[in-house]
Design a protein around this ligand. Structure first.
Ligand code: NAP
Length: 270
């Protein structure tokens, strides 16, 4: 049996075992996907033995950056993002790290916006780990201008300096005004999470054709998406990003490109 896993600390909240378990059953693959709570002090030891036990896996908080130093290879996209979320054991037993979050984000947008995006200006809220993947995806997709605004402005400025001159940084207080002329608004902050603080943004300046995306998926329809829908904007929820980034890993490990279906979304939300 081929085994894959997710490692994190904590890891009990992860939807990945449910997601990959669904695909393994659906395609009748003789494989397993398990969750392992690995505290930071045990990460190096766990990774050393990884190729003997697993064909691959996912890495989640807090290990996505730290794990990079422990791998034999890290691909260019993961290096650009500065984090690894997927591990692959290669045929010669080496451990390779990739990052499928940027792919997952953009694949989700493309699925939900089949008419295509205008790509002049995007506004990204937040400058944490997920924002790096989103900014990389938007750059690769050809956005002309990406404005990042973050509560801690220096982190937005760091992202802008890492990713080049198409990126600008702005004060968090300006977030509503920045929406003028934007084709896409993406929330990558944790604001809007169930039980957490609200985001607080005024959409009036956002052009009517713009798409509003939230990568938070608990709740599926965040207050940002609810107010965008009420104002008539096209919206994209965050669950698809999770599923599409997982699909890329599943294909790499088990050799089958899994489908992203409504039935799967319903199963994950149940
Ligand atoms: P992170 O690195 O901890 O970044 C958190 C971000 O939220 C930072 O920009 C932070 O600003 C901002 N923030 C937190 N509290 C805030 C507040 N009270 N006011 C203003 N800004 C605040 O986390 P992450 O890994 O980027 O993840 C962010 C969210 O995306 C999480 O909810 C996560 O579950 C979700 N996510 C979803 C997917 C998916 O597949 N759909 C993938 C990855 C992440 P500061 O820099 O000022 O602290």
């Amino acid at each position: 049996m081929r085994s894959a896993c997710v490692i994190g600390h904590p890891v009990s909240h992860s939807l990945s075992p449910r997601l990959h378990g669904y695909w393994l059953r659906h395609y009748g693959i003789d494989g397993s996907y398990t969750a392992h709570d690995v505290p930071p002090e045990n990460l190096a030891g766990f990774i050393k033995k990884f190729p003997q036990q697993f064909i691959g896996g996912n890495v989640t908080i807090p290990h996505k950056e730290m794990v990079m130093r422990l791998l034999d290879e890290v691909d260019d996209i993961a290096r650009a993002i500065g984090a690894v979320n997927t591990l692959i054991v290669t045929r010669d037993g080496k451990l390779r790290g990739i990052n499928t979050d940027a792919y997952g984000f953009m694949q989700n947008i493309k699925t939900h916006v089949p008419q295509g995006l205008r790509k002049n200006r995007a506004v990204v809220l937040g400058a944490g780990g997920a924002a790096r993947a989103v900014v990389k995806a938007l750059l690769d997709e050809g956005f002309a201008e990406i404005c990042i605004t973050n509560r801690t402005r220096e982190k937005a400025e760091t992202l802008a300096s890492v990713f080049g001159n198409k990126i600008s940084a702005a004060d968090w207080q300006e977030r509503s005004a920045l929406l003028a002329g934007a084709d896409l608004l993406v929330n990558t902050t944790s604001l809007g999470l169930a039980g957490g603080a609200p985001l607080g943004i005024e959409l009036a300046a956002l052009p009517g054709h713009a798409v509003v995306a939230d990568i938070v998926y608990r709740p599926l329809i965040t207050p940002l998406l609810a107010s965008a829908q009420a104002a008539g904007y096209a919206t994209v929820d965050g669950l698809g990003m999770l599923i599409h980034q997982a699909a890329a890993g599943f294909e790499a490990w088990f050799g089958r490109k899994p489908e992203v279906t409504q039935e799967l979304r319903d199963y994950l939300l149940a």
